[in-house]
Design a binder for this molecule. Structure first.
Ligand SMILES: Cc1cc2nc3c(=O)[nH]c(=O)nc-3n(C[C@H](O)[C@H](O)[C@H](O)COP(=O)(O)OP(=O)(O)OC[C@H]3O[C@@H](n4cnc5c(N)ncnc54)[C@H](O)[C@@H]3O)c2cc1C
Length: 371
């Protein structure tokens, strides 16, 4: 598979030899206790824990394409357990104690995912590291410092968060014009397609079938109607995230937002010695239209961000093909952040690739920032 191709779902599949073959589709109408729609992280983790908690339940998963086709097999590979929205907004709906408890539970997901991967023998290039949100101008510096202060005010200790100055940031990663960084500790980098593929196999081993190439057309009370047959189930879990608008009657529930990633060729040792990044930190910036990046197992930089954020009518991409304008924009961010000293002779050759979606419920204000 051509790792430079724009499309074919995502680079992460090219990295493991291509997209997987399909599991068999649903053959006929059937009865189940629980029917899960969508085999991404949400559907698969739900099946994983539910089947262990209640082994007697007959749980089935129906999936339009293949397990891991969506954002779960295409994302930036930040396993951060971060709290992405305003804690104050959540507090209004619950309580300060509730928000702090949720924050702790989310932090705990990092160890939980790593522990399941170990137990289930999932090799997902997992590497424990820190998250750096770098500031490259004054506004970003103030924002990054404010993020740190805000995190501390919500009882995150220096065990989990910190602020490092320009010299310390540069010691880790030679980001051009860097002024400092907000740091979140005890996160991890993963290869997302490897993680979701391994998780799907673990779910199958527990006795939960995944029917692929089975498109859900509508969801009614106690009934999931697919193009292959009807699943009657008392409980139905819709786990379709950015694709939800494609299901009849759900068109206006979620706002499908696009995010895209570009990947460099493996960088030379010389270039890595200039850049540093020996700690494999997951790297973002404190800009409003932020970016996120990781150093991959084989020494590439994968960097994503918002390109063209919304396609009219919540339309989705075709198997990960992204617009040239998005590729150009991300390439510019990448080469600006990792600009090499004049005359170093090192170039960063890049990059193509892929889009997919994240979503926000239409009723929410999307003020997303990691922690
Ligand atoms: C580019 C990008 C980068 C990201 N980076 C990160 C990151 O670094 N860290 C992080 O924590 N999060 C990240 N996210 C967010 C994260 O990847 C997603 O929130 C998460 O993967 C969503 O999982 P899901 O199972 O809910 O949805 P998905 O993975 O999208 O799964 C939904 C599944 O439903 C299936 N489906 C859709 N319609 C139907 C239908 N009609 N019938 C049957 N099946 C259907 C799809 O084929 C798909 O397999 C990123 C997202 C994007 C888009």
């Amino acid at each position: 598979m051509d790792v430079k191709k724009n499309g074919d779902v995502s680079f992460w599949y090219a990295d493991i030899g291509g997209v997987p073959g399909y599991r068999p589709p649903l053959q006929d109408d059937m009865l189940a206790d629980v029917c899960i729609v969508g085999a991404g992280y949400t559907g698969l983790w739900t099946a994983y824990y539910l089947k262990q908690a209640a082994p007697h339940l007959n749980i089935v998963i129906v999936e339009k394409e293949f397990a891991g086709f969506g954002a779960s097999g295409r994302n930036g590979g930040w396993l951060s357990g971060g709290f992405s929205w305003s804690r104050e907004k959540y507090e209004k709906a619950t309580s300060r104690a509730g928000v702090i408890a949720m924050q702790a539970a989310m932090t705990g997901t990092v160890n939980e995912v790593i522990s399941v991967a170990e137990t289930e023998g999932i090799d997902a290039d997992i590497r424990r590291t820190d998250e750096l949100l770098v500031a490259t101008n004054e506004a970003q510096e103030q924002r990054a410092k404010a993020m740190y202060a805000d995190a501390r005010s919500w009882e995150l200790t220096d065990d989990r968060v910190g602020y490092i100055d320009a010299a310390e940031t540069r010691r880790r990663i030679a980001v051009h014009n860097v002024r400092g960084a907000f740091i979140i500790k005890k996160v991890a980098r993963v290869q997302p397609a490897k993680l979701v593929q391994g998780l799907a196999k673990a779910v199958e081993r527990l006795g939960v079938p995944i029917y692929e190439q089975t498109t859900v057309l509508s969801i009614e009370k106690g009934k999931v109607v697919t193009n292959r047959g009807v699943v009657r189930a008392e409980k139905i879990v819709r786990a379709t995230e950015g694709f939800t608008a494609g299901i009849a009657g759900h068109e206006r529930l979620w706002l499908a937002l696009n995010s895209a990633i570009v990947v460099t060729e493996p960088l030379s040792d010389k270039l890595w010695s200039e850049i540093g990044w020996d700690g494999y930190e997951v790297l973002g910036d404190a800009a409003h239209t932020y970016c996120y990046a990781q150093r991959t197992r084989e020494g590439r930089i994968a960097m994503g961000g918002r390109g063209v954020p919304y396609r009219f009518g919540s339309k989705t991409d075709v198997r990960g093909v992204t617009q040239q304008a998005t590729i150009d924009k991300l390439h510019k961010i990448l080469t600006t952040l990792c600009r090499r000293p004049m005359g170093s002779g090192s170039t960063m050759r890049g990059v193509e690739r892929w889009a997919c979606r994240a979503t926000g419920a239409r009723r929410w204000a999307l003020t997303s920032r990691p922690e």
